[in-house]
Design a protein around this ligand. Structure first.
Ligand code: ADP
Length: 257
């Protein structure tokens, strides 16, 4: 868990660096592209050769924009090593760390049913995401409040998926300041932050979103201004437990037959 905190801090540093460079680089590219466009308009039609050179330079600026985009993607995506993870165990192991990450006027409640099936997810990434979610909740409650970390087993047909499936859902909710619809709409965008320079990186929710999507699940954000925020990380059941389920079911039906 300490390693996860260090990793989260490192990601924060990388995020700040990459975000800053990418932003400046994009501005430079825009200046170059803008000037090239102007130049192209001023070149007489007959000068085909020059027009061609300008066209090449413009193409290069577009490739540059593509590179910046990939850099941004790299900053928030890492190779995943999923395994069968017990959410209650993972969260309980992080209990002290999480408690230390919030102020004394914030309570952290944990609710996990005993029979919660394991999720199939990268444990290290999940730890980082959980720290980020708890820190976000803390930042939303400068005057104190309550954070609830909950595990649930729910079945649903997620948007874009073709069938109804069971998921393990990690829910982190707070009764903090909440988000306006405008902020909510942009919250999972990489580098979107309302926390001001040097404070937020805008990578926390985008990482959570990336982890959920890459794991075959979903991130859902519900928020009401002045009421609070609920973040749901839907994760697929570990195949091992899914298979066990099937075996148990077929054994049961066998017994009944
Ligand atoms: P960061 O925390 O570095 O700003 P995030 O991607 O984690 O980056 O969050 C993006 C933005 O979403 C935050 O700046 C904040 O405006 C909003 N946000 C995230 N979590 C919460 C929360 N629990 N309560 C209120 N606003 C939140």
């Amino acid at each position: 868990a300490e390693a996860a905190l260090r990793q989260a801090q490192k990601m924060e540093a990388v995020g700040k660096l990459t975000g800053g460079i990418a932003h400046d680089f994009n501005n430079l590219l825009a200046v170059v592209a803008g000037n090239l466009e102007l130049l192209r308009k001023r070149v007489p039609r007959a000068e085909g050769r020059i027009e061609h050179l300008i066209e090449n330079a413009l193409l290069a600026t577009r490739r540059g924009e593509g590179l910046v985009q990939r850099l941004l993607t790299f900053a928030r995506k890492q190779e995943l090593r999923p395994s069968s993870v017990s959410l209650p165990d993972l969260v309980m192991d992080m209990r002290e760390l999480l408690q230390r990450s919030v102020d004394a006027n914030i309570t952290v409640d944990m609710r996990f049913p005993l029979n919660l099936p394991p999720a199939y997810v990268d444990a290290n990434q999940l730890e980082m995401v959980l720290i980020n979610l708890v820190v976000n909740a803390r930042d939303a409650m400068p005057n104190g409040g309550a954070i609830c970390i909950e595990g649930q087993c729910r079945s649903a047909t997620l948007e874009g998926k073709d069938c109804n499936r069971e998921y393990v859902v990690l829910v982190v909710c707070d009764n903090g300041c909440g988000m306006t619809p405008e902020i909510l709409a942009r919250a999972t965008e990489p580098f979107f932050t309302t926390k001001g320079p040097g404070k937020g990186t805008g990578l926390g929710l985008s990482m959570a979103h990336g982890l959920a999507e890459q794991s075959g699940g979903r991130l859902q954000v519900h928020s009401t201004p002045e009421k609070g925020t609920t973040i749901e990380l839907w994760l697929p059941l570990s195949t091992m437990s899914a298979e066990k389920h099937d075996v148990e079911n077929s054994e049961n039906s066998g017994n009944h037959a």
